[in-house]
Design a protein around this ligand. Sequence first.
Ligand SMILES: Cc1cc2nc3c(=O)[nH]c(=O)nc-3n(C[C@H](O)[C@H](O)[C@H](O)COP(=O)(O)O)c2cc1C
Length: 181
Amino acid sequence: MAELSKKIMVVYSSKTGLTEQYAAWIAEDLHAPLFKLEELNREELETCPIVVYGGGLYAGVIHGLHKLKKRLSKDIPVRRLIVFATGASPASPQQLQTTRNGNFSREEQAQIPFFYYQAGIHYERMKAGDRFLMRLFNGFQLIASLRKGRERKPAPKAISANLCDRADIAPLLEQVRRWKR
Ligand SMILES: Cc1cc2nc3c(=O)[nH]c(=O)nc-3n(C[C@H](O)[C@H](O)[C@H](O)COP(=O)(O)O)c2cc1C
């Protein structure tokens, strides 16, 4: 039982590999198994009391989180869950709170530790639909700035940037270690 109570798994959903990078670092440092959300082993999930979940931010929504929450509430009602999200926006207290408010109920916010990492953007690995959405989003931003009478900025170039930094995960690892003690 003591062994079981220490069991942890890292689960992630990643479209362009940036969340996957963070999930792999976390799993390695915790000596925990790593699963893609879509390949999640139901038996493992049922016996695992601590789950770390990571997903990319898409229009403010943490990819895959809704699906995981549904699975967890069905499999085991009481569970310790930690969530992290990766995005292109800089990490700030405001970004953290906005993402938290948009993805968790008040009750969940009190129970689920949440971390945000600025991972960057990977245009080459994006599917056509996501690339189109990014162009649309950049277009809306341009229209909004013109309406506000701001100077016309040049259209942002589709440049990929990998800003993943292994040092970011330290507070999450510390949270897991506190739970394991
Ligand atoms: C369609 C689209 C929407 C996005 N929306 C956001 C967003 O709301 N906030 C943000 O910070 N980053 C946003 N991003 C950037 C991704 O969240 C970021 O690149 C993330 O690290 C991707 O993770 P993944 O490769 O693991 O899926 C968006 C990217 C795309 C393609």
